[in-house]
Design a protein around this ligand. Structure first.
Ligand code: S3P
Ligand code: PEP
Length: 446
């Protein structure tokens, strides 16, 4: 990868001199957009995605599917009545599924959803599909997907490393069947196998064998979205065995889906209301959702705020006080960096638990948060499965982001309350929220 000159750039994180009071239109969910793209590509008829997220991860997903022959037409209507911010206003993608083709090359970047959800899709292509990505993608766990696909009948050439880069030799179809997977390092192993399973000859039965399973709401999201396109899925929640999911083979419908705002990307804006004692409104917050970010209503309330979910959206208000929290974040790991940032500004210590698997995310998030908060004068220690955070008076300095979008937004939260924080490579937020700096300064009225 060519060096990106913006990686060394420093962004002075805006300091909030008073309480924020803003309405923030948060763009669409990464997790919903990328699942919707996969399901639409596997359907037997065309489908629509409205207000899709347009970010690095979702454009990589769209690009990969196009490389395998799927047509994705992008249209932008000028309708100003559509919420969702300038990036997604009125945008809709029409997906026209075709026979999946190889040879093809897929760049996964550092997108977990692309590197895990697409190898099962590639087994259905009629030729080889080569997968490669950012250096960090070579280190992120993929063995659960590779081993499972092999056992289900796929031919994969990964030089026996269980990681990227690799080639999936698509044979036009996959047997499918029953498979055991240890998904303790990523729930995306389970989601990946379920998403393509309606197109496997025998469907799939996935049996998770590991001691822990992170990010359950994301597996529920997979199941809900599969059912919404006509798939039959049996789950532990629907009376099945614990840790076993079954998908029956069958055709998938094309749908017209409007993507919800990304509630995990709403986190820094809600945090801004919390740490400044202000008020932030997020329009279109769904009344019912599988997104893990919905847990913020409860977590940030416990940390000192209050919220009201109205027909218009979520109104979140800070009280001026920020409290520490003792919480298991295993189900909602992607919220950890933002919660750690708020915890560093609180009036009492915090313990964040259940997130050992964050060491294998975009970066080792536990090490990165510890180092960066401590370099601003904080007192954070790593535990076996999380962080202890004892608030201290912080000072300005450079907050490094390790090409992790959620490190950048965590640093911005701290910068609201601490003068002189500079975020290195804020552009890394483009992974899921390219307009972050503009939305942030817009929220502050700058
Ligand atoms: O399926 C998904 O869309 C995701 C699942 C989670 O992955 P892990 O289970 O690997 O944490 C989450 O952290 C990631 O941001 C998105
Ligand atoms: C872990 C994350 O992403 P990915 O989909 O790349 O796993 C994240 O967005 O916090």
């Amino acid at each position: 990868m060519a060096p990106n000159p913006t990686h060394t750039a420093l962004w002075p994180a805006p300091y909030a001199s008073g309480a924020v009071d803003a309405t923030v239109h948060v763009p669409g969910s990464k997790s919903v957009t990328n699942r919707a793209l996969v399901l639409a590509a596997l359907a037997s008829e065309p489908g629509w995605l409205r207000r899709p997220l347009r970010s690095r991860d979702t454009l990589l997903m769209a690009g990969a599917l196009r490389a395998m022959g799927v047509e994705i037409e992008e249209t932008v209507s000028s309708s100003s009545s559509v919420a969702g911010g300038p990036q997604s206003t009125g945008e809709a993608w029409r997906v026209l599924p075709t026979g999946l083709r190889g040879p093809a090359t897929v760049d996964v970047g550092n997108a977990g959803t692309v590197m895990r959800f697409l190898p099962p899709v590639a087994t259905l292509a009629d030729g080889p599909v080569r997968f490669d990505g950012d250096p960090r993608s070579y280190e992120r766990p993929l063995n659960g997907v590779i081993d499972a696909l092999r056992r289900l009948g796929a031919r994969i050439d990964d030089d026996d490393r269980g990681a990227l880069p690799m080639t999936v030799h698509g044979g036009g179809a996959l047997d499918g069947g029953t498979v055991e997977v240890d998904a303790s390092s990523s729930s995306q192993f389970v989601s990946a196998l379920l998403l393509s399973a309606p197109r496997f000859n025998q469907g799939v039965e996935v049996r998770h064998t590991g001691a822990t399973l992170p990010s359950l709401p994301h597996i529920r999201m997979t199941v809900d979205m599969l059912r919404a396109v006509g798939a039959q899925v049996d789950t532990p929640e629907s009376g099945g065995e614990p840790n076993v999911w079954r998908v029956t083979p069958g055709a998938l419908l094309g749908r017209d889906l409007t993507v919800e705002p990304d509630l995990s990307n709403a986190q820094p804006f809600l945090a801004a209301a919390l740490v400044t004692g202000g008020r932030v409104v997020v329009p279109d917050w769904p009344a019912r959702t599988t997104q893990p970010g919905d847990r913020l209503r409860e977590i940030f309330t416990e940390m000192g705020g209050s919220c009201e979910l109205t027909e218009y959206g979520l109104v979140f208000t800070g009280s001026g006080a920020v409290h520490g929290i003792d919480v298991d974040l295993g189900e909602v790991g992607e919220l950890t960096p933002g919660i750690a940032a708020v915890a560093a500004l609180a009036d009492s210590p915090s313990t964040l638990r259940g997130v050992a698997h964050l060491r294998l995310h975009e970066t080792d998030r536990l090490a990165a948060l510890t180092k960066e908060i401590n370099e601003l004068g904080g007192d954070v220690t790593e535990t076996a499965d999380g962080l202890h955070i004892r608030p201290r008076r912080l000072h300005g300095g450079v907050f490094h982001t390790y090409e992790d979008h959620r490190m950048a937004t965590a640093g911005a939260i701290i910068g609201l309350a601490v003068e002189g924080v500079q975020i290195e490579n804020v552009a890394t937020t483009a992974k899921t929220l390219p307009d972050f700096p503009e939305l942030w300064t817009g929220m502050l009225g700058a």
